[in-house]
Design a protein around this ligand. Structure first.
Ligand code: NAD
Length: 270
């Protein structure tokens, strides 16, 4: 692909939780389309370095940025560092997230607060800083039709209830309304905010669900497409949502789930 044809040429993208799984896949996909990628990580610098190395090997560029998205001071520093390095931010991928599972009646307030604090408050903090920068800069003709783009990593569990994961499902339901509300609030400024709702994607977060043939067969019962998703499936969706191809797309969740939301239990007539 020539430089001219790249969809995100020269745009600056922060991808949170980019040292593994979906975040790593999205970071590489955006970089392959010409974006300069800030590879955010919380703890494992080695894994983040590996992602940045792969980006550079493929002809892309970016830098590493350590920040806990649940901590306001860390998020402010990450945006300050990005803006001092590249001058602005065009794309935020609010991807960092985790699970801390428990039966609801056994769930501690620490488990609740940890998941909400990273999955939901973390997305709020990063989105707020991104919006401030998008408002400051506005639309730059020739760069993007939008003043800025935010992609929230949600889940099919923004709509599918999930027993044993009340904190996680609540965080993703919250992300849905956060995304829609800020999409509505800032659309007049040409800022676009959308979510991706992955189904089951092969990453460390759900290792137990695909690591053995038995677990994998069980998982496939939930997926009409009869395969687990890969980080690259999400990466392609993120490129599209971030690009001007999606200029008129605002406030939606794009489910990347192999049909998981299609009530697969009804496949054989219910
Ligand atoms: P993952 O565990 O590989 O990635 C999560 C990343 O978030 C890790 O790199 C982790 O270090 C980072 N992270 C955690 N806490 C952080 C913090 N406080 N600050 C900064 N980074 C932090 O799992 P994944 O599957 O790639 O998950 C990525 C996102 O996709 C999550 O939001 C998850 O909820 C969502 N998701 C995943 C699936 C799936 O099937 N894998 C499905 C739906 C949604």
């Amino acid at each position: 692909m020539t430089t001219k044809n790249k969809k995100l040429q020269g745009q600056v993208a922060i991808v949170t939780g980019a040292s593994s799984g979906i975040g790593a896949g999205v970071a590489k996909a955006l970089a392959a389309e010409g974006a300069l990628v800030v590879v955010n990580y919380a703890s494992s610098v080695e894994k983040a370095e590996e992602v940045l190395h792969e980006i550079k090997q493929a002809g892309g560029d970016g830098f590493l940025c350590k920040a806990d998205v649940g901590k306001e001071a860390d998020v402010l520093d990450m945006f300050r560092e990005t803006i001092s390095h590249y001058g602005t931010v065009d794309i935020l991928v609010n991807n960092a997230g985790l699970q801390s599972d428990a039966k609801f009646h056994e769930m501690s307030v620490e488990q609740w607060n940890r998941v909400i604090g990273i999955n939901l408050t973390g997305q709020f903090l990063c989105a707020r800083e991104a919006i401030k920068e998008f408002m400051r800069r506005g639309v730059v003709p020739g760069r993007s039709a939008s003043a800025g783009k935010i992609i929230c990593m949600s889940s099919v569990h923004e709509v599918i209830p999930w027993a044993g994961h009340a904190n996680y499902a609540a965080s993703k339901g919250g992300v849905m309304m956060l995304m829609k509300t800020i999409a509505q609030e800032y659309a007049p400024l040409k800022i676009r905010v959308n979510s991706i709702g992955p189904g089951a994607i092969r990453t460390p977060i759900n290792y137990a669900a695909w690591q053995t043939p038995q677990a994998y067969q069980q998982l496939l019962k939930l997926i009409p497409a009869k395969r687990i998703g890969e980080a690259e499936d999400v990466g392609r969706a993120a490129v599209w949502l971030a690009s001007d191809d999606a200029e008129y797309v605002n406030g939606i969740t794009l489910f990347v789930d192999g049909g998981m939301l299609l009530y697969p239990g009804f496949e054989d007539n219910g």
